[in-house]
Structures are given as structure tokens and as C-alpha cells.
Write a new protein. Structure first.
Length: 367
């Protein structure tokens, strides 16, 4: 079985710099796990410790049922795909893909079979006689993936494999890797800073910041129920809108008041929001939960907000509105038919059943 388990794993560099801080994480057999976070959050260092390319300062790593802290990388039965492809320029595609097998003295007929099978899966059989300089970025990436496939490892590790590709090729390769996982039914740990890759590819995603694991869950749970303000703002495109304000109570009802904005809190949230009456709080709402009142047939007056539209960006199937309350700016994502006048006031409707509130001091999610 190809489970991977990290138990309180840390990486501390000279001078006490802690790149990874007591990360505990279990990856199930055949699971596609994505480590996601901004640059410098410790995700690649975590992957390299699993691979055996970085020493572990604290904690334990298990692959299968075997503790591998002191096991050399070559003996961990893993295959890693790097950001820069790491292909040998003087070797053909066939020679690059078969290199690891030749080092292990696999019989020639089996090497040929494995390379041709992997090339067939990846659609690169016609490239087997070429050298890396004759390939496009997407083709080189397929070769790097193929080199990992032929080894038939227990675990595949991907370190930002698509970051050097253009936008169109990233989408294509994202789909190819996802289909490959379904076909091979193997365990994959995939590192990226791109939250779209994380959301679309992972069975579960582990969000990291400053070496700490912030949240571990399936993509929809992380999106709908973020654990804290960082996760809420990092996952989602455009990112979640945030405003500072207070919770006030009036005639038995609770409201979020930003100064110019005053919207009613739904009653289902009252139990958790009552302790925050009169206190500063962070309000969060996603761009798709904001609507132009012109296109809403019935809207509670208490959920209507007047703002100024400063910019609108047509995106084809939708429009991004950049809005200003006088104290805060935020983004609404509306239908392609919505084209308000720039630098003029407009009325919006907040879907208050989908908003988020965060503690001002801890930035942890309240509701």
C-alpha cells in the first residue's frame, strides 16, 4: 500500500529559520493530494523531505508502513517530476525515459516495453528519437512525466510541474495529469502555488502558510468553509472580499456595519455572532455572491448596498466589477450582460446566507 504519513515533520535551517513547522499529514493509497500555498510557505521543502532530498529536522515520515527518515532517496520507491524537467540534453527522449531503468539493470526488452507503454499513454511515441532541445515545453513536461511512469513507483511527487508552461498548455497538462492519475490509480503528492490547479486536481488539498498547515480538506470544503481568513483569501478567484466593521444589534436584529454599509446578519448565524456585538470584526463575501440589483427581482432592503463602480472588466462569459464603498474596495463577478456606468453609484445585493465572519484578532473563522 502506498500511503504516505508525515508526523510532526519540521525543517529548521541554520540560524533557526523554520521552513516547515510540525506538519502532520496523511495521504491515502491512490489519493491525489495537493500541497498549495504562496511562494516560501514550505510546500516544496515538505515534498523534498518526502523524496529524501532534504534532511528532516524533527518528526517522522512513513511511506507504506516503513519509516524512511534515514532511507536514501533512491531506495524510497518514489518518482519525482521537477519544475525544470531535469532532462539530459545529450540523450534522446527514449534514453531520458529509460535512464533510471538502465541504472537498475532492468532487462532491455522490459525497458523497451515500459518506455513504449508510457509514451503511448502520453502521446509522445513519435518523439522518442528526438532530443530535449527539439521539443516544446509541453512535450518536455510529458517526457519528464513519462520518465517517472516507467519506474512504476509507489508514490509520484510533482513539484510545480506546470509553472514554466503558458496558460493554454497549463490547462491541457492539468487535464492530462488528472487523467493519468485515474488511469494509473497511484498515489500522487502535487505541489503548486496555483489555487486553480489545487481546486481542479486534488482529492484533498493541504493549504500552507509560513511553514504551517492551515487547513486539510476536499476542495469544496476548503472553498465553502475556510478555517481562517488566510485560507478564505487564498482559495478562490477572484479572492474573497474582506471589510472591517462592527456587529451591531438593533431591535433584536444583528447587522454588520462598515460605516457606509449596513447589512443584516441571517438568524442562523446569531448563536455564534452574539458574543461579537459591539466588537470589531472582519466580514468576507465572495465575488459571485454579490448581485446587481437591476437583475434581482426581489431583494430585502436590508441586503442592498450602494457603491461606486470604478472599473468593469468584460471576461467573455462574465464581468468583473471593481467597486468602492468609500472605505473599502471589492470585486463582484456578474453576468456578461451587466455593464454599469463607470464612476457612478449603483445598488448591489449581498447574499447574506453565504457570507463569512472572522475574528479580528485571531483571523479564525466564526461562521
Amino acid at each position: 500500500m502506498a500511503q504516505v504519513s508525515l508526523r510532526g515533520v519540521s525543517k529548521i535551517y541554520a540560524g533557526g529559520v523554520k521552513a516547515v513547522d510540525k506538519v502532520s499529514l496523511g495521504v491515502e493509497n491512490k489519493e491525489f493530494m495537493v500541497l498549495v500555498g504562496p511562494f516560501g510557505c514550505g510546500k516544496s521543502t515538505t515534498l523534498r523531505m518526502v523524496a529524501g532530498l532534504e534532511d528532516i529536522s524533527e518528526g517522522d515520515i512513513f511511506i507504506g508502513n516503513k519509516r524512511v527518515n534515514d532511507v536514501p532517496a533512491k531506495d524510497r520507491d518514489i518518482a519525482m517530476v521537477f519544475q525544470n524537467y531535469a532532462l539530459y540534453p545529450h540523450m534522446t527522449v527514449f534514453e531520458n525515459m529509460s535512464f533510471g531503468l538502465r541504472l537498475r539493470r532492468i532487462p532491455k526488452h522490459e525497458i523497451s516495453q515500459r518506455v513504449n507503454d508510457a509514451a503511448e499513454i502520453l502521446g509522445i511515441k513519435r518523439l522518442l528519437g528526438r532530443r530535449p532541445k527539439e521539443l516544446s515545453g509541453g512535450e518536455r513536461q510529458r517526457v519528464a512525466v513519462g520518465r517517472a511512469i516507467v519506474r512504476k513507483p509507489m508514490v509520484f511527487l510533482f513539484d510545480e510541474p506546470l509553472s514554466n508552461l503558458d496558460a493554454k498548455m497549463r490547462v491541457q497538462m492539468r487535464t492530462e495529469i488528472h487523467k493519468l492519475h485515474i488511469r494509473l490509480q497511484t498515489t500522487i503528492i502535487y505541489v503548486t502555488h496555483d489555487q486553480v490547479e489545487a481546486m481542479t486536481m486534488g482529492d484533498r488539498i493541504a493549504v500552507m502558510k509560513d511553514g504551517l498547515l492551515q487547513q486539510l480538506a476536499d476542495p469544496i470544503t476548503v472553498y465553502d468553509r475556510p478555517k481562517n481568513k488566510f485560507v478564505a483569501g487564498f482559495i478562490g478567484s477572484p479572492p474573497m472580499n474582506f471589510m472591517n466593521g462592527k456587529i451591531i444589534k438593533k431591535e433584536g436584529k444583528l447587522y454588520f456595519n462598515e460605516g457606509r454599509i449596513n447589512v443584516r446578519v441571517v438568524e442562523e448565524m446569531y448563536p455564534k455572532m452574539m458574543p461579537y456585538v459591539g466588537k470589531d470584526i472582519i466580514f468576507g463575501i465572495r465575488s459571485e455572491d454579490i448581485y446587481d440589483k437591476l437583475f434581482v427581482s426581489e431583494a430585502p432592503q436590508e441586503n442592498i448596498v450602494r457603491v461606486t463602480c470604478e472599473v468593469f472588466e468584460p471576461m467573455g462569459s462574465e464581468v468583473y466589477l471593481y467597486l468602492n464603498t468609500g472605505k473599502h474596495t471589492f470585486i463582484a463577478r456578474v453576468g456578461a450582460h451587466d455593464k454599469p456606468n463607470v464612476n457612478q453609484d449603483m445598488d448591489l445585493v449581498f447574499d447574506m446566507s453565504k457570507v463569512h465572519f472572522f475574528d479580528k484578532d485571531t483571523e479564525e473563522t466564526i461562521v
